[in-house]
Design a protein around this ligand. Structure first.
Ligand code: TPP
Length: 645
């Protein structure tokens, strides 16, 4: 396909772009995925591959949710129908998948830093090739992007090209002072009036040889952007070019060729280049152009009208969180809500619509969201930060240094905790129990269903402490929400069943409580009696409850949708270990503990159901582990008896 692109004329390039668009729409309608971002950069992708030679030239996509055309063009067309399915093509650039995926990604705003690193590595090692970062205007709201720009302007590697893909959208509408600064240029009334007047004059005086309309258009753009967006990037030490129409293949190709030639010319005092490209999110598919936020990332849909293929069942945890936050805010004026560019993803769009004065979308700025919340809390407010587990990783230092060290009552509502499915390892929220459980002062809890989420959020306000509540992606269990609103006692687990003859106690947290209850039923059918405990808290752990079950000679199985290292089960082990050392002969030393969770490896993409099943996080998985352990104990006991004889 690339060979064809290298030789094609403009018409043929446009035809290739059209075909790519059709292929993307057709596959994503079946597999789900990031449609609108990928449709927006089809022409840009074709132009990049026309002008540059991947993999010698490294194309670094920011976020990577727009790289479908790139994947199809670089040898993955044959497998593209497997997009985001188990063992199939990843939804994001991945170095193991192709040498054309210069840098792995899924989280935003890394491209400039990574591309600069690649450009510098090429300089030092003498490796050929340029380094091209493609970053959206939404991703330019993150501090990390400016760290990259700042350093790039200092390093001045001329082989670095940053392409700003400006569609004025993040997932939802882009926000922030920078977004309005750049937007101002495109919509400024005086600028637009001048442009209109000149265009009218141009029409009168144009001849066949001299297209004054076109000339004026170009001149006006140059003038405007030199003084607006351009000045910002020039200040960072870049040569600013643009903006150009990101759907006009011809001008994309000629501009990129010029940039490339200039780099090769090895001119004195060269600088990295920033090319500003204007695109339309969802371009070429009417429903996506009309509703780019819905088509940003979505499940399977009908191509004819864009309607969803699957109708949703029980309300999602996200929806229950949004409604509960509104509920709390209607009676407590201290409560404010913060999202880092994910109003609809987190359910905080409901707060935005009902309480605009107490709602903040801070852009893709998770560390800022946490520190900003800490500042609000330091003056008596009660911020709720709605955030995805994998993006909260960016706030780790702020959680420790700004929130917990000062013991400020910020509530983190940690959505998409546990595996998220098709988006894969960059998006799985499988580390939060581990990276939160060890932070002093922080309460870490997880509800067994959406009703308990409602109750936990309300209880958290009363704790007056930093709190993280983690809950999974997708639908709840369909339980009644708000049926029980009595505050949950801090650090208190809930015993769901505790038969006298139980030989096992299953301690489950969050979405794994239902799995544990189902397992107990299967075990009972096999004559194995097990207690089920909804742990609720990873921290503070219900010490009394754990020690009570261990003290009664039960074996313990812990289960969590999190990595084993440092997770909830690790906390149970730590507790038993310290009590064994503290209370000599307490008997805990002999307590058998099995932990279910993710091993020390990144979890690949597949459906949530497949991943839970592959990792034994199912009722059958628990039964299997317990049966194996029982068989091993029997064998052990038998060998001891043989040994005695
Ligand atoms: C650190 C981080 N926070 C949040 C997200 C979720 N996210 C994915 S794409 C996106 C918007 C990106 O906007 P932009 O860069 O303009 O690209 P577009 O989708 O408009 O093409 C967001 C917020 C993310 N991927 N990484």
């Amino acid at each position: 396909m690339i060979d064809k692109i290298k030789k094609a004329g403009t018409d043929e390039l446009n035809e290739i772009a059209g075909n790519l668009r059709k292929r993307i729409i057709s596959v994503v309608s079946a597999t789900g995925g990031h449609l609108a971002p990928s449709l927006g950069v089809v022409e840009l992708t074709v132009a990049l591959h026309r002008v540059f030679d991947s993999p010698t030239d490294s194309i670094v996509w920011d976020v990577g949710h727009q790289a479908y055309a790139h994947k199809i063009l670089t040898g993955r067309d044959g497998k593209f129908d497997t997009l985001r399915t188990k063992g199939g093509v990843s939804g994001f650039p991945k170095r193991e998948e192709s040498e054309h995926d210069a840098f792995g990604v899924g989280h935003s705003s890394t491209s400039i830093s990574a591309a600069l690193g690649i450009a510098e590595a090429k300089r030092i090692t003498g490796e050929a090739g340029k380094s091209i970062a493609v970053i959206g205007d939404g991703s330019m709201t993150a501090g990390l992007a400016y760290e990259g720009l700042n350093n790039s302007g200092h390093v001045r590697n001329k082989r670095l090209i940053v392409i700003l893909n400006d569609n004025q959208m993040s997932i939802d509408e882009n926000v922030g002072a920078l977004a309005s600064f750049m937007n101002k240029g495109l919509t400024h009334p005086v600028y637009n009036r001048i442009k209109r007047d000149f265009k009218a004059l141009g029409k009168i005086f144009s001849t066949k040889e001299h297209d004054l309309v076109e000339l004026t258009r170009r001149a006006a753009l140059v003038v405007k952007d030199f003084f607006l967006a351009g000045s910002l990037f020039e200040a960072f030490g870049f040569r600013y070019i643009g903006p150009i129409d990101g759907h006009d293949i011809e001008s994309l190709v000629s501009t990129l060729e010029n940039i490339s030639k200039n780099i090769d010319a090895d001119e004195e005092g060269a600088r990295p280049v920033l090319l500003h490209v204007i695109t339309r999110k969802g371009k070429g598919y009417e429903p996506a152009e009309q509703k780019p936020e819905r088509f940003h990332g979505l499940g399977a849909f009908n191509v004819e009208d864009g309607s969803a293929k699957k109708s949703s069942g029980a309300p999602t945890y996200t929806k229950v969180f949004g409604e509960t936050a509104c509920d709390i805010m209607s009676s407590d004026s201290r409560v404010v809500a913060i999202t880092a560019a994910m109003p609809s993803g987190t359910g905080l769009d409901m707060v935005r619509d009902r309480f605009p004065g107490r709602y903040y979308d801070v852009g893709i700025a998770e560390p800022h969201a946490a520190v900003f919340a800490a500042g609000l809390a330091s003056r008596g407010l009660r911020p709720i930060v709605g955030i995805y587990s994998s993006f909260l990783q960016r706030s780790y230092d702020a959680i420790i240094h700004d929130v917990c060290l000062q013991n400020l009552p910020v509530i983190f509502a940690v959505d998409r905790a546990g595996v998220v499915g098709e988006d894969g390892p960059t998006h799985h929220g499988v580390f939060d129990l581990s990276y939160l459980r060890h932070v002093p002062n922080l309460v870490v809890m997880s509800p067994k269903d959406e009703g308990e989420l409602n109750r936990m959020l309300k209880s958290a306000i009363g704790y007056n402490l930093p709190v993280a509540i983690r809950y999974p992606r997708g639908a709840g269990l369909g339980v009644e929400v708000g049926a029980d609103v009595t505050p949950i006692e801090l650090g208190k687990a809930e015993t769901l069943s505790d038969p006298d003859d139980a030989t096992w106690s299953i301690f489950a947290i969050g979405n794994m409580v239902k799995v544990a209850s189902d397992a107990a039923k299967l075990l009972a059918d096999k004559g194995i009696s097990a207690a089920v405990i909804n742990a609720r808290f990873a921290k503070p752990m219900d010490k009394e409850c754990v020690l009570d079950h261990a003290g009664r000679g039960r074996s313990i199985l812990t289960i969590e949708d999190n990595v084993l290292a440092g997770g909830f089960g690790g906390g149970v082990l730590e507790l038993l270990n310290s009590e064994t050392l503290r209370v000599v002969n307490a008997g805990f030393a002999n307590t058998k503990v099995i932990r279910c969770g993710y091993r020390d490896a990144f979890v690949e993409h597949a459906s949530v159901k497949e991943l839970h099943s592959d990792h034994g996080l199912t009722a059958e998985g628990i039964v299997d582990r317990i049966e194996k352990a029982n068989r091993a104990s029997k064998k052990d006991a038998a060998s001891k008896v043989v040994g005695l004889k």
